[in-house]
Design a binder for this molecule. Structure first.
Ligand code: PLP
Length: 427
C-alpha cells in the first residue's frame, strides 16, 4: 500500500513498528561504510599478476628507452596506444598521466583559471563571475573542484538521455561567463544513464558565447558494464571535430576501477591544441609520469580485448551485488510510494530519490544505526539538494551479507523519515 494513502491511525501504527525495528538495529552496533564507490579487495586481487609483471631486466620500451629514467612527459607510446583504443581517439591525442583522473581534471581547470586555454583570451581568473554547468545529481568531487576554483555552479537537470539540452543550449548561447560543463557520459555517477547520440551531437554543435567553452568529458565508467545491455556512447571527439568545435571536449578516464584505485593510470585526450597546451603546463610540474606503472598495465592488459575480458571478471563480482541491492530495495520499499531508484546497466552507483525533504533525515537515521552513507545533498553543487531527496548508494566494497544488512538499515531509515514527514504534513 502507498503510505500516502494511509489514514492517521495506520500511519501512527507504521511509525511505531518502524521505530521498533530501527531501535533493534541501533542496538546491534553495526559499522558498514557505503559512502564511496571503491572496488572490493576481490576486485583488486584480479590484477595481482600486475605486481610482478615488470622485472628488473624488463623495464625498457620497444625502442629501448629505459622507463626507469626521467622523460616521456605525456606517457609511453605503448600506453598511449592502449588508451587511444580505449577512448577511440588517435594516439597523439592522448596524455597518460599519473594515477588519478580527478587530478588531471583539477589540473586542467586550475590551469585554465591560472593561464587560460587555447581559443580563449587569457587566464580565466582575469574575469570575475565565471560559471560552470553541473548536471544533477552528479559527482561530488567535480563540484568541489569548481567550488575551490571559484567557478559558480549552475545545476542542470538530468533526463534519461543526459543533461537537459534545451536548458544547456539556452544558457551557453547567451552567457559568455559560462566556461564549461561537467559530463559523466557513460553509466553516469550516480544515475547510471548513458548519454544518447542526440545529446552528444547537441553538445558538440551548440553555439557557446564563450569561445573557450570546455566539456569536461569524464568517461570514468566506459567499460564498467553490469548487464547485457551495452549502450554505445557516441564519440564526442569525432562529433566535435565534425562540427568545427574540436577544442571543446577534454576527455578523461582512468583504470582506478579496472586495475587499482590507488595505483592505476589516468588519461586525458583532446585536440592537438589542447594536448600541446596541457603538455606544456604539465612539463613545468613534473619531469615525467611513472612509466613503469604504465608498462605494467600495457603488459597485463595488452589491448582492448584484454581490458574487456578483465572487466567481465569485475562484472561477475559486481552484478550480484547490484542485483542484491535492487532486490532488497524492491522487497522492502517497493509499492510504498516512498522512494524511486535507478537500475544501472553499468558503473558503480544506485541513485535513490526519497520523498521530498526526507533525504537528510534518512541518512542521519541510517548513520545512527551503523550505516555510513555519503551526506544527503552531496550529489548537488554546494551540497544543496533543493528537494532534499537524492541519496547515492555505493555497494561495490561490501559483501552480499553486508549489502543485505545495509539495505535493512537503509530502507527502514527511509521509511522512518518518510513516515514522520507524512505524519507532519497530516498536521
Ligand atoms: N570520475 C568519476 C565520475 C568518479 O566516479 C570517480 C570516482 O569515483 C572519479 C572520477 C575518480 O577517478 P580517479 O580515481 O581516476 O581520480
Amino acid at each position: 500500500m502507498k503510505y500516502a494513502d494511509m489514514d492517521a491511525e495506520a500511519l501512527r501504527a507504521t511509525e511505531q513498528r518502524v521505530e521498533q525495528h530501527l531501535a533493534a538495529l541501533r542496538g546491534r552496533n553495526f559499522q558498514i561504510d557505503m559512502t564511496r564507490g571503491k572496488p572490493s579487495a576481490e576486485q583488486l586481487d584480479l590484477t595481482a599478476e600486475m605486481m610482478t609483471i615488470v622485472g628488473p631486466d624488463d623495464c625498457h620500451g620497444l625502442d629501448g628507452t629505459d622507463y626507469r629514467n626521467y622523460g616521456l612527459g605525456t606517457g609511453i607510446p605503448e600506453a598511449k596506444a592502449l588508451f587511444a583504443a580505449y577512448l577511440e581517439v588517435p594516439p597523439d591525442a592522448v596524455i597518460v598521466g599519473g594515477n588519478s583522473s580527478l587530478n588531471l581534471m583539477y589540473d586542467a581547470l586550475a590551469g585554465a583559471v591560472l593561464y587560460g586555454v587555447p581559443g580563449g583570451d587569457g587566464p580565466w581568473r582575469a574575469r570575475a563571475g565565471l560559471k560552470f554547468l553541473c548536471p544533477v545529481p552528479g559527482y561530488d568531487r567535480h563540484f568541489l573542484v569548481c567550488e575551490r576554483l571559484g567557478l559558480t555552479m549552475i545545476p542542470i537537470e538530468m533526463t534519461d538521455e543526459g543533461p537537459d539540452m534545451d536548458h544547456v543550449e539556452a544558457l551557453v548561447a547567451e552567457d559568455a561567463a559560462i566556461k564549461g560543463i561537467w559530463c559523466v557520459p557513460k553509466y553516469s555517477n550516480p544515475t547510471g544513464i548513458t548519454y544518447s547520440d542526440r545529446v552528444v551531437d547537441r553538445l558538440a554543435a551548440m553555439k557557446t558565447a564563450a569561445a573557450d567553452f570546455r566539456i569536461m568529458w569524464d568517461n570514468a565508467y566506459a567499460v564498467h558494464h553490469l548487464g547485457d545491455q551495452r549502450p554505445v556512447l557516441r564519440n564526442i571527439f569525432e562529433a566535435c571535430a565534425a562540427k568545427g568545435t574540436a577544442d571543446r571536449p577534454l576527455m578523461f578516464a582512468s583504470t582506478s576501477k579496472i586495475s587499482y584505485a590507488g595505483a592505476g593510470l589516468a588519461v586525458m585526450a583532446a585536440s592537438p591544441a589542447n594536448i600541446r597546451d596541457a603538455a606544456a603546463k604539465m612539463a613545468v610540474a613534473t619531469i615525467g609520469p611513472d612509466k613503469i606503472n604504465q608498462l605494467r598495465h600495457v603488459l597485463f592488459f595488452r589491448d582492448m580485448a584484454g581490458v574487456h575480458a578483465h572487466m567481465d571478471r569485475h562484472r561477475a563480482l559486481l552484478a550480484p551485488k547490484f542485483a542484491a541491492l535492487d532486490g532488497a530495495l524492491e522487497g522492502r520499499l517497493g509499492g510504498k510510494g516512498l522512494a524511486e531508484w535507478t537500475k544501472p546497466e553499468g558503473g558503480y552507483f544506485v541513485s535513490v530519490d526519497v520523498l521530498d525533504g526526507c533525504a537528510t533525515e534518512a541518512v542521519r537515521l541510517a548513520g545512527e544505526a551503523g550505516l555510513a552513507l555519503v551526506p544527503a545533498g552531496a550529489t548537488f553543487p554546494y551540497g544543496r539538494d533543493p528537494r532534499d531527496r537524492n541519496i547515492r548508494l555505493a555497494p561495490t566494497m561490501l559483501s552480499l551479507a553486508e549489502i543485505d544488512r545495509a539495505m535493512d538499515i537503509f530502507c527502514i531509515s527511509v521509511e522512518r523519515a518518510c513516515v514522520a514527514k507524512l505524519r507532519a504534513s497530516e498536521g
